[in-house]
Write a protein that binds this ligand. Sequence first.
Ligand code: SAM
Length: 222
Amino acid sequence: MKHSHIQITGDGSHTLYSNVSGETYHSSYGAIQESLHIFIKAGLGNLHFSTSEIINILEIGVGTGLNVILTYLWSVKNNISVDYHGYEPFPIDDNLVDLLNYPDQLNISKEIFKLVQNFTGNQISLSNGFNYTGFESSIQMAHLEMNSYDMVFFDAFSPNTQPELWTPEIFGKIYKSLKKGGVLTTYSCKGIVKRSLKCAGFEIEKLPGPPGKREFLRAKKV
Ligand SMILES: C[S@@+](CC[C@H](N)C(=O)[O-])C[C@H]1O[C@@H](n2cnc3c(N)ncnc32)[C@H](O)[C@@H]1O
């Protein structure tokens, strides 16, 4: 049995349906639309950076690499340098990567898109100001430097499917790795997620979600 297959979402962009978790990787209302809303606009768009800084970003669950590519485009557009670390224990098959329509939808080359599926732990430059390091590892096994990230994209499968990832312990590990003032965004607004984030020390806010989703969470290390 194949682990996952492609589905088309409401904005015309693809997502994957995982046969293992029984979930899609993104909202069926629009994959690109959801990622832009939760991670780029409410995440990066809410922080204040100068063009002389390097922004450190951590993603939990790189999957298709869509968030990496959207961040790369944001970095080029805003002339802000980014050092991006992505964790993914189950990289997707090369043949699926070839079929995803993000290069067409986002007007980037397939070569750039495929770079993001490198999980060797070696740093790769997508442009002068955008460095990416992918790790083939779970968040549980990750060694995260203390006080080193400005922004965390928490994009694991849902708390119903992966309850072990939405715990005070995991969020506590991430909290320690964030700089003071650093921010985490995630699509889930479940009670257990709010409680776990608060228990780890985060200050949380509920924000209006993208189409098809009432609310999502932004959490800050104050
Ligand atoms: C909702 S999907 C990811 C969506 C992804 N950000 C994208 O844009 O395609 C969840 C991802 O988390 C990954 N994952 C599963 N267990 C994990 C773990 N323990 N640590 C980190 N990532 C995990 C899955 O393999 C999957 O790629």
